[in-house]
Write a protein that binds this ligand. Structure first.
Ligand SMILES: [Zn+2]
Length: 340
C-alpha cells in the first residue's frame, strides 16, 4: 500500500514535469524516441500495473485482515512496560471452513471465505514501529497477552523487521485449502507476509518454546524477503550441498521462491533455535548454507540498537564463535570446489 502511494506521487510528478516543460508535445510532433523518457515510461507502466493489480485483488481475503478506522475508547487498559501507546482499531478478518468443493485456489478465495469484523487492541512497542495486535475480547484458549508477546518479540535477533505482530483467535482462512492438498492433520501455526506482518494463530502460552520457534520461523521469512542476494546464494549452494528434504512439503500459494523460503526458515529455525547441540549438528551437516544464513542474521543481531537488543544476544554471539571456528572452514573448502 505504501509503495503504491509513493509510486503514484512519483509517476504523477514526472508526468507533470513532462507536460510543464513542453517536451511531451515536442516528442509527439516529431515521433522521435527520447531515451530520457524511458525510465519515466517504465515507472508509469509499473504504476498502472500496480493499479490494475490492486483493482483485481480488491475483494481478495488478506492475511492479517484489512485495517479499518482507529477507534477511541473511554477507559484504555493500563499500558504494560515496554510499550509507548495503545489504541483500538476496527479490522475485517477472513474465515473459511471448507475448500473441498472448490476446483481452484482462486475460486476458494473468492467464494469460500467470509468476512468477520472485529475490534483489535493495538500496542505500540516503545522505541520502534512494531505493533502487537490482540483481539479486544476474551479468548476461549490461554492466549498470550501483550507483555508475553513482547517478550517473544524481544528474543528475535532484530525485532524491527516486524511492523505488525497479529494474534489471531481463529485458524487461518488458508487452512481448508492446505488440508485439501496435504490432509486433515495440517494447519497453519503462523504466517509472514512481505508487508512486515507476522500472524500467530491461536498463540497459547502453554505451547511454551514451540510458540517462540513459530515466531522465529516467521521472522526468518521476513529476513529472506529482505535478503535477495543472500537467498540467491543460498539457492546456488544447493548445487554442491543438497539440503535434506523438508519434513513437510510446503504448499505453494503462487510464489516461485516458496521452496527456497521454507528451506531457509527450516534451517534458520534449527541454527538459531533453543537446542545448542541441534544447532551445531545442523550447521556441521550443511556448512555452506549455514554460513550464508548465519552471517546474514548475525549482522542484523549486532546492528540492532542496544535498547532493542535480543534477550538472547549473548547466547547467539557465543554460538557465532562456534560457527566461525568450526563451520566456516568447512564452508570455505566446499566453496573452493564450487569455483573449480
Ligand atoms: Zn514457513
Amino acid at each position: 500500500m505504501r509503495v503504491g502511494i509513493m509510486v503514484t506521487g512519483l509517476a504523477l510528478a514526472i508526468v507533470g514535469l513532462a507536460f510543464a516543460d513542453g517536451r511531451h508535445g515536442a516528442m509527439l510532433a516529431e515521433f522521435r524516441p527520447d531515451i530520457m523518457m524511458l525510465p519515466q515510461a517504465v515507472i508509469i507502466v509499473l504504476f498502472l500495473g500496480l493499479l490494475v493489480r490492486g483493482f483485481l485483488h480488491r475483494n481478495r481475503p488478506r492475511v492479517g485482515g484489512k485495517l479499518g478506522p482507529i477507534q477511541t475508547t473511554d477507559r484504555p487498559p493500563a499500558l504494560p512496560s515496554g510499550f509507548s501507546r495503545t489504541y483500538t482499531r476496527a479490522v475485517t478478518l477472513f474465515v473459511a471452513s471448507d475448500a473441498t468443493h472448490f476446483p481452484t485456489l482462486k475460486a476458494f478465495l473468492r467464494d469460500g471465505t467470509a468476512q468477520q469484523p472485529v475490534v483489535m487492541r493495538i500496542y505500540r512497542v516503545a522505541g520502534c514501529k512494531a505493533e502487537i495486535e490482540i483481539p479486544d475480547r476474551t479468548a476461549d484458549y490461554e492466549r498470550i497477552d501483550a507483555a508475553q508477546a513482547l517478550a517473544l518479540l524481544r528474543e528475535l535477533p532484530d525485532p524491527r523487521l516486524v511492523r505488525r505482530l497479529h494474534l489471531r483467535d481463529e485458524p487461518s482462512f488458508l487452512d481448508p485449502w492446505v488440508r485439501k492438498l496435504r490432509g486433515e492433520a495440517f494447519y497453519n501455526l503462523g504466517h509472514a507476509t512481505n508487508f512486515s506482518l507476522i500472524v500467530l494463530y491461536k498463540p497459547d502460552w502453554r505451547l511454551g518454546q514451540s510458540l517462540a520457534s513459530t515466531l522465529l520461523h516467521e521472522w526468518l521469512h521476513l529476513v529472506a524477503f529482505a535478503s535477495t542476494v543472500q537467498l540467491w546464494r543460498f539457492k546456488r549452494a544447493n548445487a554442491i550441498e543438497p539440503l535434506p528434504p523438508l519434513a513437510l512439503e510446503p504448499v505453494n500459494f503462487g510464489d516461485r521462491n516458496t521452496e527456497a523460503y521454507e528451506a531457509w526458515c527450516d534451517l534458520g529455525e534449527k541454527l538459531l533455535g533453543y537446542d545448542e547441540n541441534a544447532a551445531r549438528q545442523t550447521a556441521l551437516q550443511t556448512p555452506l548454507h549455514a554460513v550464508i544464513l548465519w552471517r546474514c542474521v548475525e549482522r542484523m543481531l549486532r546492528r540492532t540498537p542496544l535498547r532493542l537488543r535480543s534477550t538472547r544476544f549473548d547466547e547467539l554471539i557465543e554460538r557465532g564463535k562456534f560457527m566461525r571456528a568450526e563451520v566456516e572452514p568447512k564452508a570455505r573448502a566446499l566453496r573452493a570446489r564450487l569455483r573449480v
